[in-house]
Design a protein around this ligand. Structure first.
Ligand code: SDX
Length: 431
């Protein structure tokens, strides 16, 4: 808490009143404080960036109060219904949805880059089989920078574009290999004739012994999950990628940093944590006990999959994810899935509880995604890796936007220093 409150002197007020206001296309305007320190000698203080815009962007817009999410102006609901993931990748990278010819060309160039260098597959064997897939993913994606460092000049748009293509194209292969390695099963190579989501599922679930028979309903569900997780404004992992990229670092190394950040249970690791939480709750009769734990300030337990820094209304992606849940469980005749029933009862109870209502804590994208992924046969520890697969396009699109911004500066926040004041070193004999 602040110990005292500064009232700006008249001169400070005069100077501070000169701080320009910048308006966006939608959403809150911003106070441009870039000259604040030079003019007043003050820093601003906002450790969690709760009131701070770190950049201007044209990619994604979120209205948290009204539960709105737009990718390049298109509502997520329409994109999830009318597009596939590669179309959304094109949109996020280029700013417009592709026409037929553009889509054909995009699919072709992606297909030319889906294979990984055979040497890259050797990285997996350095990990224990039981290593968490996110630990492996950080390492292998970071290693991509060793394969493409000498041919990546971030100042050249064409190099940035091919880096984006390589990442989008190779992530399904790299993520699927994380899973295969953990099972001791051989890596499955992609097939040119398969679509993006089907190729991924075949590399994840297939084996060399049998043909992989895809269920179109499940493939469509996975494709939709990839759309829903593709980008989300300046979330923690995207901000990590931007900050790393602001120094001119290799884009694959920047994305590896984003993967590391996404791993946290407060962020992308929540989908895995939701399922672990539901398994721990186990039965609807135990829901009140866990809701009470979530409300108990002395208990670190939080209701995973609930709450969001921006959404103070229902996360539109959670609604779409719940609908996808119904479709997948119906298709698999699992609509009596106890986990799904438990999740819906937990949601009902929480949304009626004053604590959650007062704090506007609603289910977020992670609340239902784990149930869908589990129904698709994907192991819990792979959930966040699939989130990373999808978010890679958002990370690289945001990185490209930043690098091409003429106002790009290296990110270098300041601090409020509360350490010891200047003092002299005394000889060890007198310490
Ligand atoms: C993602 O930023 C993005 O866009 C992220 C993401 C993306 O697509 O990139 O949307 C993906 O990360 C979704 C969030 C997944 N995380 C979880 O589901 C983990 C559980 N949620 C919480 O950890 C929390 O809600 C956060 C981290 C998501 C948001 O935290 P904030 O914004 O810092 O909110 P806060 O901690 O200040 O909470 C405000 C109040 C506090 O109570 P009071 O001090 O006011 O009494 O709400 C409480 C918190 O204790 N609270 C919760 C809670 N979340 C917040 N209490 C119980 N259970 C929870 N889940």
């Amino acid at each position: 808490m602040a110990e005292n409150y500064v009232s700006l002197t008249e001169d400070d007020k005069e100077k501070a009143s000169k701080l320009p206001i910048m308006d966006g296309t939608m959403g809150p305007s911003v106070v441009d404080i870039r000259s604040l320190y030079a003019q007043t000698g003050y820093f601003t203080y906002d450790p969690g960036f709760t009131s701070t815009a770190s950049c201007s962007s044209k990619i994604t817009y979120i209205d948290g109060d009204n539960g709105i999410l737009l990718y390049r102006g298109y509502p997520i609901e329409q994109l999830a219904e009318k597009c596939d993931f590669l179309e959304v990748c094109y949109l996020l990278l280029n700013g417009e949805l592709p026409n037929g010819a553009q889509m054909k060309e995009f699919v072709t160039i992606i297909s030319q880059h889906v294979m990984v260098h055979e040497q890259l597959t050797k990285f997996y064997s350095g990990f224990r089989r039981d290593a968490h897939p996110m630990a492996v993913l950080v390492g292998v994606v970071g290693a991509l920078s060793a394969f493409y460092h000498d041919v990546t000049d971030v100042t050249r748009p064409e190099d940035r574009y091919i880096a984006a293509i390589r990442l989008i194209a190779k992530m399904p292969n790299i993520v699927a290999m994380c899973h295969k390695y953990s099972t001791g099963m051989p890596f499955i190579y992609p097939k040119r004739k398969l679509g993006y989501a089907e190729n991924f599922m075949r590399m994840m679930m297939g084996d060399p012994y049998d043909d992989y028979i895809a269920n179109p309903v499940l493939i469509r569900a996975l494709d939709r999950i990839l759309i829903l997780h593709a980008d989300h404004e300046q979330n923690a992992s995207t901000s990590t990628v931007r900050l790393a990229g602001s120094s001119g670092a290799n884009p694959y190394a920047c994305v590896a940093a984003g993967i590391a950040c996404l791993w946290g249970a407060a962020h992308g690791g929540a989908n895995e944590a939701v399922l672990n939480m539901l398994e721990e709750i186990g039965d609807v009769t135990k829901i009140p006990e866990y809701v009470a734990k979530a409300k108990d300030k002395s208990d670190p337990f939080r209701l995973m999959g609930f709450g969001h820094r921006v959404y103070k209304n229902y996360d539109p992606r959670a609604k779409l994810m719940r609908q996808t849940c119904h479709e997948v469980l119906d298709e698999l005749n699992l609509n009596n899935d106890p986990m799904f029933k438990l999740a819906m009862e937990l949601e009902r109870i929480a949304l009626e509880d004053e604590y959650f209502v007062e704090r506007k804590l609603y289910p977020n994208v992670d609340f239902y995604s784990g149930i869908v992924l589990r129904a698709l046969g994907i192991p819990t520890e792979m959930f966040t890796a699939i989130f990373a697969l999808s978010r890679s396009v958002g990370w690289i699109a945001q990185w490209d936007e930043m690098i091409s911004d003429p106002e790009l500066k290296i990110g270098r926040p300041r601090q409020l220093y509360r350490g010891v004041a200047k003092r002299d070193v005394q000889p060890i004999s007198s310490r």
